[in-house]
Each structure stands twice: as C-alpha cells, then as structure tokens.
Ligand binder design. Sequence first.
Ligand SMILES: NC(=O)c1ccc[n+]([C@@H]2O[C@H](COP(=O)([O-])OP(=O)(O)OC[C@H]3O[C@@H](n4cnc5c(N)ncnc54)[C@H](O)[C@@H]3O)[C@@H](O)[C@H]2O)c1
Length: 344
Amino acid sequence: MTLNAVLCGCGAMSKGWLRAIKETPALAAEIEVKGLVDVNPAAAEKLAEEFGLSGAVIGTDLADVIAKSKADIVFDVVIPTARFDVVSTALKARCHVLSEKPMATSLAEGAALIDLAAETGKVHAIIQNRRFISGVRRMRRFVESGAIGDITGIHCDFFLAPHFGGFREEMQNVLLLDMAIHTFDAARFVADKKPLAVYCVERNPKGSWYQHGASANATFEFADDVVFTYRGSWCAEGERTSWESQWRLVGSKGMLTWDGEEGFKAATAGEQPGLLHGFTPVEVPAPEHDEETHGHASVIASFVEAIETGKRPETASSDNIRSLAMVFCAIESAKTGKRIEISA
Ligand SMILES: NC(=O)c1ccc[n+]([C@@H]2O[C@H](COP(=O)([O-])OP(=O)(O)OC[C@H]3O[C@@H](n4cnc5c(N)ncnc54)[C@H](O)[C@@H]3O)[C@@H](O)[C@H]2O)c1
C-alpha cells in the first residue's frame, strides 16, 4: 500500500522526518510525500528543493493541499500553538495524523483531538521518539526481567544549556512542555506504571536566556509506590548531561544507572559482612527488537503499521495524553505550590 502524505510545518524538525523516511527503505517504499504546507511558503519550497520533492503540491492552506494531493496521512510538524487547528483540519479531512510532541497545548485540547480521532475513525499518534531508542528499550527490558527486583524509584537528571533562539525562548514552561515530556514519557514506559500525582518547583533561574520556566524539579508518585524524580535545567552551562537525562533505577534487590549514552551499570547486593554488603554486578542485555530503536523512523513505522493492520500504535494519542498530563499537572503544581493528582 502506498500512503500519500502531506507534511505540515517545514521548519527545523521536518528535515528529521524526511531523512527518517528517506533512509528507511520500508518507509521510503510506502510513503510518498505529495504535499508540503507552511505559513511561510519559502520554507516549504526550500524543503522541497533540499529533499528532491519537486512534484509536491506546496501551499499555505492545509485543507487545500490535502485535497489537491489526495492525502491519506498528515505529518504535523508545526509549532505547538498551531497544532490543534492543524490536527483538527487533517482529521476532519479524513486523514490519519502523526503529530510532533507535545500533542496539544492543554489537556482539554488533547482530549478534544482524541474524541475527534475516535469520531472520524482515524489513527492519531504522537512522535515520542525518545522512547524509541536503544537505551530506553534496554532499561525497560531490564526492569521487566526482574534482575533488580521490583522497581521502586526512577531518578533522572537533565542539565544542558542549548541556545536555540526561536519559539522556545519565547514560550511559557519551556523545559516542562518542550523537553521534559520526553523524559516523563520514557520514565512512565520504563516503569510501566500509571502516574498518579506530582509536586513540582519550576523556576527561570538567574542567567536564563529563556522567557519562562527553564528549570524544573518534579517528584511524581506512580502506581505501586514507585517514585519518579526529575531535576532539570535548560540553562545550566558547564559539563552537560546527555539529552536523554542521566538515570538511576532503584529496585527492591539492586540498582541500574545509565548515563544516557553508552554507559550502563547494574548490580545487586554483594556478600560482604558488615555495614555495607558491597555489590554483585549484573549484565544489562541489549534490547530485543532493533526495529524499535530508531527514533522518528520507529514511530513512523508503528504509525504505518497501525493504519495497515488496525493495531493500536504504542504512542496513540489516547495513551500519550498520560505523558501530557504529567507535564500539565507538573505545571499546575508549580503554579499553585500544591501536590496535584493526575487523572488522565
Ligand atoms: N521529537 C523531537 O525530538 C523534537 C525535536 C525538535 C522539535 N520537535 C517538535 O517539532 C515541532 C516543530 O519544531 P521545530 O523545531 O521544527 O520548529 P520551527 O519553528 O523550526 O518550525 C516550525 C514550522 O512550522 C511553521 N508553522 C507555524 N505555524 C504553522 C501553521 N499554522 N501551518 C503551517 N505551518 C506552520 C513555521 O513557519 C515553521 O516553518 C514542535 O512541536 C517541537 O516541539 C520535536
């Protein structure tokens, strides 16, 4: 089956999508990008030129380009504030939609889009690409194996200082909404537990070049007494952590640390007598399914599979809203100074 696609939002991230399709033979064979939409037509034209899409319909009106290119699917790579209109237009035009994160700028908008997807019977999934990487899959597999007993805590540190320019430096709650959602989603996936409540302190620290919320410190309560803590800053100059965060998983029998890159260390209790029993190293096996470790390409493949087989994609909006709820409840906690229950 060939799927006709319209890509809406031809900025920085759209190149990552088009590269993922081009470099993945199965996707390149199934997806034809027939239309490009951007409020700035020059951006669409430049993208068409860069990726050799000379035959693509180019325009500023999504509904019009969908009709002209007979689109089956819409790739939504616009800025978050434009997302609701873009996804609504695409679903109403009977297209399946794969959206960049975050899936909406509020929980009410997210819920409305889930309802619209259900009404139209179309697949609506979200690019939560950072759960589709080798390290995150490896942690999940390790937790599932029971090698460190039952998971009781997940602790993540994220300290970087990117100078993006553009919409991020203007937006509210920038770290929580634009970045922390990846780590929150990955923690929810690794623990395989429902998030229940959160307490969060958010700041825009001295020296920040963002307008709002460049740092956040959040403590989440997950089901079954699992605690997830996140400490992050996007204006922390100096020696940085990985973009995936630096992780420590605590289990009832041992711990795993991951530096967010290649470094995994796991151990259970040792057998030394005395105050501290030392430790016994444990191997952390590689992930089982290589095809689930290719970021954007893996999410796009899971979206295409859902269209073709009816199988629910892992990042279906109806599930992804739980990660969005982690973000919005953290924001509400930061605003009110209160512990907030997560109901999604
Ligand atoms: N998954 C990831 O790892 C990752 C990484 C970076 C960005 N993103 C997400 O990708 C999205 C886009 O980010 P970006 O960095 O490409 O931003 P960008 O500003 O570089 O590009 C956004 C593009 O959307 C266009 N646009 C805005 N409103 C539009 C509308 N109503 N209709 C059509 N086009 C419109 C803009 O003109 C611009 O060309 C954001 O949601 C961001 O959070 C995800």
